[in-house]
Design a protein around this ligand. Sequence first.
Ligand code: ATP
Ligand code: TYD
Length: 237
Amino acid sequence: MIENLNLISEGKAKSLYETSETSELLMVYRDDTSAFDGKKKEALKGKGEINNKFNAFIMEYLANNGVETHFLKLIQENKSLVRKLDMLPVECVVRNIATGSLCRRLGVEEGIKFEDPLFEFFLKDDDLGDPLINDNHITAFGWGTEQEISKMKEITFKINHLLCELFKKVGLILVDYKVEYGRSNGSLMLGDEFTPDGCRIWDAETGESLDKDRFRKDLGDVVESYQIVAHKLGISL
Ligand code: ATP
Ligand code: TYD
């Protein structure tokens, strides 16, 4: 029973609980949806369940293709067990097509396709608006080591290669995404989630957004769009 578990953190979209196993956490995907560093918020019915199942599918796909992740198992509609990690306070973003904050920051045209995907680090700090940082900031402030930076880049690009292919096969374009890493017994692995909340996915034919941009831009049918993507990928909901 979840009531008996100790809540250790309540983020904007997920809650984490301790379990009887000290090395494992219960991750609860809530319907809460937020954008603009928490300034826009709404509960979207059914989103927690879709994201939990979406994430389980992607994490298992990545693990089967040699990416070590914290995911252990899906245990209920909106709950999964994960390995407890010591999270690095940075977000790794890969972009295949220019949009979002990149265009606002640099004044570049939307839609430029990168032959070599672009990698960016952001500091996980909502109060500061998750500022862009570079490798030197990470080592200077002790947020991670040089080795960890190399590993984060290597794994994040590998994920990009694997998921671009997977999405392409079903008529979807992976535009950009954010992933996070943490340490377990000294080694770094993929943590947090991979869901339409943290990436941009476009329909290859129509260019329609099927991700959290629908919420950011008030386009409607947010959960329905996540369902379309899940359906195309063969995820049973
Ligand atoms: P954001 O939406 O910007 O990621 P948040 O912190 O509000 O911010 P949530 O998804 O609600 O995000 O919360 C999940 C929290 O759990 C994040 O702080 C994330 O770094 C942390 N986390 C993810 N996986 C693990 C793990 N395996 N062990 C410990 N903490 C984790
Ligand atoms: P980005 O374009 O930097 O941000 P914005 O959503 O403000 O335009 O985001 C790039 C991708 O990374 C996008 O798919 C959303 C995801 N992302 C998050 O999910 N959380 C974050 O804190 C950041 C920085 C990015």
